[in-house]
Design a binder for this molecule. Structure first.
Ligand code: SAM
Length: 270
């Protein structure tokens, strides 16, 4: 199916007016690909039908949100990021009586569970993880914490590369073809819905992790979200963006020092 840029713009404005979800500042090329994919899955053949169905069908819209927000994730994704966090940040975080970590755009929860495992192994038990996402569907899966056994081999390899101390299989129970994350890891994680586009700051954090999310936003929206993170950090709090994103072109650049250049981990200094 063909869809022009002005049609995409118009569609996103109508979605915003109808449902309050604002995708107008998402990167145009990526959102266009996702909308086309959504049409293919639902066998929608033209722009007129797409607009009509989307505006009138709530359930279809739920799937639209799922499709346009890319939800791919892994446990210990980019293991060198976790390794760096453990080596460079944990010794400082250990000096606080209680820590708060925010995973913004946590998808189905793997990233937050990975952090919970690392915290447990480093005896940083007095930490609360707030894991948020725009998408209620992925949050449901995150709260459940049940993943395909097929993935566990790759996750085990990631865990080892991250510097894990134990046997990764200690953290889940195999049930048929599924791996159920240990209940103990869920204790300190709060999963909740939060939209980085429209919702404000909801707490003060020692560490904010937001990886593989800003790449889907245009420059203006990236800047707005980075401001939100800045406001949500305690003085000397850390921001981890992961290797694909950067603060380098942001006006906030001077308010942070670089902790790890490759993993894009920063510390708020002003
Ligand atoms: C590619 S996943 C990244 C997951 C995880 N951070 C990682 O690196 O593996 C991107 C996540 O960002 C979420 N997302 C997209 N737009 C968002 C928004 N406006 N507010 C909050 N989350 C959003 C998506 O729903 C998706 O789950």
């Amino acid at each position: 199916m063909e869809i022009s840029d002005p049609e995409i713009d118009q569609l996103l404005y109508q979605v915003k007016n109808r449902y309050g979800y604002d995708f107008t500042n998402y990167s145009q090329a990526s959102i266009k690909r996702r909308v086309i994919r959504f049409c293919e899955i639902h066998r929608i053949e033209n722009y007129f039908d797409l607009k009509h169905h989307l505006i009138n069908d709530h359930i279809l819209f739920t799937d639209f949100v799922l499709q346009v927000t890319v939800n791919i994730t892994e446990m210990f994704r980019d293991p060198s990021f976790f390794k760096s966090v453990k080596e460079n940040l944990f010794p400082h975080l250990a000096t606080y009586p209680h820590c708060k970590i925010w995973h913004a755009g946590c998808s189905t929860g793997e990233e937050a569970y990975s952090m919970a495992i690392m915290l447990e192994e480093s005896n940083l038990m007095k930490t609360t993880i707030y894991a948020t996402d725009i998408n209620s569907e992925v949050l449901m899966q995150a709260r459940e914490g049940t993943y395909s056994m097929k993935l566990m081999k790759d996750y085990t390899s990631n865990y080892i590369k991250s510097g894990g101390n134990n046997s990764f299989s200690d953290y889940y129970t195999a049930h048929y073809n599924m791996a159920i994350i240990n209940a103990g890891l869920k204790k300190n994680i709060v999963f909740s819905q939060h939209n980085l586009v429209s919702d404000g700051s909801f707490n003060e954090f020692n560490f904010i992790v937001c990886r593989n999310v800003l790449i889907y936003f245009n420059k203006d929206l990236q800047e707005r979200v980075l401001n939100l993170f800045y406001e949500s950090l305690v003085p000397l709090g850390y921001l981890g963006l992961g290797s694909k994103e950067t603060l380098q072109f942001s006006s906030l650049r001077d308010k942070f020092e670089v902790i790890d250049k490759k993993e894009k981990i920063y510390r708020r200094i002003e």
